[in-house]
Design a protein around this ligand. Structure first.
Ligand code: ATR
Length: 273
């Protein structure tokens, strides 16, 4: 039987994942399909049961199910367990469901491709302390980054992450003042997103021109944060890479093949105009 995969979420109709994975299946000569499945909040249990019955080989999970799906799975990989969030499920040969999280590792791959892998000794600052920030912080530590600090509007939330990464928790005002200390600054809030609040989450006056500035937002591709950092001379890493690499790592988990991320990025850029 032809293998098939899916993305479960709400909303899901706008997702670029089906076209991305179908292209990679084609490129790699794998006879498989990938479909979007609209699953409203609270209905993930029924959806998982249906996918198992219908013989899916794996699926991605997006908003609002990344936490709720966990109690419907049999196993979690260490990062998904630590984060208590799953974005990828693989059906194991014995039918058991393994949950993984490729969001944080996908970000790290994208960062290292854009900024080079030689920045692990320099301190990192993450702006924002939501689910995305927490996954990125843990993945950076796992990848060997020495010091990962977090600043947030609500400092207690930053503390919850920094207590697990060995870095500091800062207010936005403190971070603004001390910005020059960081070799990599990562923007994870919805500020600057085309559907979110416009502007910058913190002032960039003290940002070092030697720093790398990365955003996880990719609509627009160049947020105000990245544009301001680039005008200071910083290397910038946009959020599209994280999306492509989280997908590529899921694809590798399912098929054993690491797909072509460069070509995919170009294709998505063309589609986005
Ligand atoms: P995600 O799971 O995608 O990371 P989230 O959990 O909603 O999203 O987290 C959003 C983050 O952006 C939070 O850190 C939030 O700050 P609070 O914890 O204080 O709410 C931050 N954020 C949202 N809007 C912001 C704004 N206008 N200025 C600064 N930070 C903002």
């Amino acid at each position: 039987m032809k293998k098939w995969y899916a993305v479960l979420g709400d909303p899901v109709s706008h997702s670029k994942s089906p076209a991305m994975h179908e292209e990679w299946f084609r490129e790699n000569g794998i006879d498989a399909g990938y479909v979007p499945v609209h699953v409203p909040a609270g209905e993930i249990g029924e959806a998982v049961a249906a996918l198992k019955t219908l013989g899916a080989s794996g699926w991605n999970v997006t908003v609002p199910h990344k936490q709720d799906i966990i109690r419907h799975l049999d196993r979690l990989d260490p990062l998904a367990r630590e984060m208590q969030a799953v974005n990828t499920v693989r059906v194991l040969p014995d039918g058991k469901l393994l949950g993984l999280n490729t969001d944080g590792p996908g970000f790290v791959r994208s960062l290292e491709q854009g900024a080079g892998p030689d920045r692990k000794e320099e301190p990192v600052l993450i702006i924002g302390a939501g689910g995305a920030a927490s996954g990125i912080a843990l993945a950076l530590v796992q990848a060997g980054y020495r010091s990962v600090s977090v600043c947030n509007r609500t400092v207690e939330k930053a503390e919850r992450i920094s207590s697990r990464t060995g870095g500091e928790a800062l207010s936005l005002a403190e971070a603004e003042k001390r910005l020059g200390e960081y070799g990599t600054v990562i923007q994870t809030t919805p500020v600057g997103m085309s559907t979110g609040t416009p502007g910058l989450p913190i002032g960039l006056e003290h940002l070092s021109p030697d720093a790398v500035a990365a955003d996880i937002v990719y609509s627009p591709l160049h947020t105000e944060f990245l544009t301001a950092a680039a005008s200071k001379g910083c290397r910038i890493v946009d959020g599209l890479g994280m999306f492509v690499f989280q997908g590529a790592l899921a694809f590798r988990e399912w098929t054993g093949v690491m797909p072509d991320t460069e070509k995919m990025r170009d294709r998505l850029l063309t589609e986005m105009g």
